[in-house]
Structure formats: structure tokens, C-alpha cells
Design a protein around this ligand. Structure first.
Ligand code: HEC
Length: 398
């Protein structure tokens, strides 16, 4: 579940979302309700949906998605496709606080639950374990959260389940996961107990909501009204409280912060975190349109805004490498310079997407190109020239 759209999937996902607004699913008859079968909150999501539809006096039927979504925790791509075909509405869609490509073409309800990413360790670790290391799942917000822990050793696991198992087995001292995943684990393993503390970053808190295609905006607004009354009566709290860590008074109410826009957190079962060996740039025959001065400025900006996650030498740290074969092939890359620029200016830095100045992004692109073996043509790279550059982004370094 890539909470940040990956470069390779970004275009199709966008198209799918855009196409939704044109789709109209007639739903005179029961609302076709879909949920993510392998989400840790699956049961709670279905209870909430039952309560909401009962409150609205609406008939619904649950669509069985175990065949198509069983393997994936939550996939935004699958969801947008299903919203055009088999599902009128999805329940249990995790929405975070930072960015979203979800703003157009889909309607998102009020939240019915907020759950946070937590740091956890065994309540009674085995004698002799040194408690070192923080396990996080690849492509999860935990990677961003862990990046704020300056001096830790990371253990990047493929899935959230692997993270919890690694901590339970004493392989690492602690881990960072979404709290509901830990609740689900503790329910299935009654002998294991963890000490849990909430994390406090701007990607820590996630709300669960209903999502429908734009054509069902009316239904979504009725659902939001139902959520408000069920919340006021305490009915919602009864269903969701086991899955949420009691908030402390100091904690911010995310919905009181209108400047924070929702983001979609969509886990995948993808694996493959790699650390790539860094060597010096070789050859000088590959040119791109940027000026030498931009390399210097881009390097400073990279160190300040990107290195924390992608590594001082772009070798990859809690986020993927941005240089060498782990990032782009030496020939026939399917990524274009403009495509990467658009991705970076929209999604990066992952903890404050889109918030650098346009010129700063252009300088960072120049530095990124140089680090991958491109030499400056001398023609200044501007925000426009960067985003319109259709040439392939290859990496000429090992
Ligand atoms: C807080 C951590 C963080 C910071 C800071 C950050 N990134 Fe990222 N970045 C990520 C993560 C995590 C991913 C992987 C997203 C995915 O694949 O779903 C990523 C992905 C990328 C990718 C796509 C890599 C690929 O192979 O698909 C690029 C390019 C990128 N970042 C560039 C940047 C640049 C440039 C900056 C600084 C302006 C930056 N990032 C700052 C966390 C960060």
C-alpha cells in the first residue's frame, strides 16, 4: 500500500480517478457495499457500515471481494476501478493528513474513526535481548515516522505482519505499525503483549472513511450525517474504541485542521527495499538542460529536504535510492525527466509535499540529473522546462 503514489503507477492511477467523475452507477436498489477483506479493521468497518445504513433506513448488500483483494491489504488502484463497476461505496478507506490525488472524482465521507501509528515493544522481552533496532514495513508511513528517529538502526520488512513478528520474536527491539494491526495481532496471539506508545508526526494519524464515485456524492453526504449522529449517541465509539488508542488531551483533533488535506494510505504487498552501492559518476557524454550553478544549489536543498529519507548520497535509507540502477536503468527508462519532476513537485518531500518553491524543485531536479550521470548543457532548467521535458530519465552511474 503505497501511501505515496509511486512514479510508475502514478499516471494510470490518476486516469482512473479522473474517469470516475464521468461514471454513473444507477443505484435504485440496495447499495453495493465494498470493504477491504484483509484490513485489520475489517470487522469494525462492517459494523460501522451496518449501523450507518440502518440509521439511514437504506438497504445494502455486501460485495464479496475476497477473490480480488484478498492478497492486497488496500489498493487505491483496485478501489477506484471497483467504484466504477461493482461497488457503490467503499467503507474502511484510510485517509491521512498530508496530500491526496483523491480530491477529484471521488467523494469522501466524514471520518468514523481515527487511529494512529504506534511504536511498540515486547512488554516482557526475553533476557539478553538488547532492545536495539526499529522495524518498519516497506512503503508504509512507518518509514516516514522512523526517519524522524535520527540515530536508530532500521529493519525494513516487507509487510506489517513481518514487522510485528520480528518484534515478537525479539529480532528487533521495537517496531512502528498502525495501531489496529497490533490490536488484530494481539487478538490472534493472546500470550503476546506489547507496550505501546503513539507516534506524533504529521503522518501518524489516519482516519477511516467511506468513499464513493462522485456520482454518489449525495449518498456520501447522508453517510456523513449518519456518522455525526451515531458519534453523538456514543454508538460509534462502542464499535471503534478497541481499535483506537485513547487520545490524550494534548493531541490535535485532525478534523479541526482544515488546512490539512486528506491523503490516501494504500498498502501494497510489494517488497524489495534495496540499498544501492554508490560509486562515482562515470562518463560525461550525457547532457540535459540545466546550469552548473543549479547543481550547487540543488545539492544544498537536497541535503536539507530529501537526504533524511533518501540518504546523504541518494543511496536510499527509509525511502528508495534516487541514483543508480536501483532508481533508473542505463537505457530505455520508461520514466521521463518531466514525469519525475511532476511526481517530486507533487509528492515530495513526503513529509511536506509540494511545499518547496518551484525554482527550488528545478534546482533539485538538476542535482538529481547530475547525480545520475548527466552533465549541464548550460541552459537553465526552469519549473516549466523541467515538467515538460519528455526525454527518458536514465541513470548512467553504477
Ligand atoms: C520524509 C521522508 C521523505 C523525504 C523528506 C523525501 N522523500 Fe522522496 N520518497 C519517500 C518515500 C517513502 C518514497 C517511496 C514512495 C513509494 O514508492 O510509495 C519516496 C519516493 C521518491 C521518489 C520516487 C522513487 C522511485 O523509485 O519510485 C523520488 C524521485 C523522490 N522520492 C524524490 C524526493 C526528493 C527530490 C525529495 C526532496 C525534495 C524527497 N524525495 C524527500 C520519502 C521521502
Amino acid at each position: 500500500m503505497a501511501f505515496i503514489p509511486s512514479i510508475r503507477r502514478f499516471q494510470p492511477a490518476l486516469l482512473a480517478v479522473a474517469a470516475l467523475s464521468a461514471a454513473s452507477i444507477a443505484h435504485a436498489a440496495p447499495v453495493a457495499l465494498c470493504a477491504f477483506p484483509s484490513s485489520p479493521t475489517h470487522d469494525a468497518d462492517l459494523h460501522v457500515a451496518a449501523a450507518v445504513f440502518k440509521h439511514l433506513g437504506l438497504a445494502y448488500r455486501q460485495v464479496d471481494l475476497s477473490a480480488e483483494l484478498g492478497k492486497h491489504a488496500t489498493s487505491e488502484f483496485a478501489m477506484t476501478r471497483l467504484l466504477q463497476t461493482r461497488c457503490s461505496v467503499f467503507v474502511g478507506v484510510p485517509v491521512g493528513l498530508t496530500q491526496s490525488q483523491f480530491q477529484q472524482g471521488v467523494a469522501v465521507s466524514a471520518p468514523y474513526m481515527t487511529a494512529t501509528f504506534v511504536k511498540f515493544r515486547l512488554a516482557a522481552p526475553a533476557a539478553g535481548s538488547d532492545g536495539a533496532g526499529v522495524a518498519v514495513a516497506y512503503k508504509s508511513p512507518a518509514q516516514l515516522i522512523a526517519a524522524e528517529e535520527k540515530d536508530s538502526d532500521f529493519d525494513v520488512e516487507n509487510t506489517t505482519g513481518d514487522v510485528i513478528n520480528a518484534v515478537a520474536a525479539g529480532k528487533v527491539g521495537s517496531g512502528i505499525v498502525w495501531y489496529p494491526s497490533l490490536v488484530a495481532y494481539e487478538r490472534a496471539h493472546s500470550a503476546v503483549h506489547f507496550d505501546v506508545q503513539p507516534t506524533r508526526t504529521n503522518v501518524s494519524d489516519w482516519t477511516l472513511r467511506f468513499v464513493a464515485a462522485d456520482a454518489h456524492r449525495g449518498l456520501i453526504s447522508r453517510i456523513s450525517t449518519a456518522i455525526a449522529s451515531l458519534s453523538a449517541s456514543g454508538a460509534l465509539g462502542g464499535i471503534t474504541s478497541p481499535w483506537t488508542l485513547r487520545p490524550t488531551a494534548a493531541e490535535v483533533d485532525v478534523d479541526q485542521q482544515p488546512h490539512l488535506q486528506p491523503a490516501v494510505y494504500h498498502p501494497t504487498a510489494d517488497s524489495g527495499f534495496r540499498l544501492v552501492q554508490v560509486s562515482d559518476t562515470e562518463g560525461a557524454e550525457h547532457k540535459a538542460d540545466f546550469a552548473a550553478s543549479q547543481i550547487v544549489s540543488g545539492k544544498k536543498l537536497y541535503a536539507a529536504d530529501c537526504a533524511q529519507c533518501h540518504g546523504d548520497a541518494m543511496q536510499g535509507r527509509t525511502a528508495p535510492a534516487l541514483r543508480g540502477p536501483g532508481f533508473a536503468p542505463a537505457t530505455n527508462s520508461t520514466m521521463t525527466i518531466g514525469g519525475i519532476d511532476q511526481y517530486v513537485t507533487t509528492n515530495m518531500p513526503a513529509d511536506k509535499p509540494g511545499q518547496l518553491k518551484p525554482k527550488e524543485y528545478a534546482d533539485i531536479m538538476a542535482y538529481l540529473l547530475h547525480a545520475n550521470g548527466y552533465e549541464p548543457s548550460g541552459k537553465v532548467m526552469t519549473p516549466d522546462s523541467a515538467s515538460n521535458d519528455q526525454s527518458a530519465f536514465n541513470s548512467y552511474v553504477k
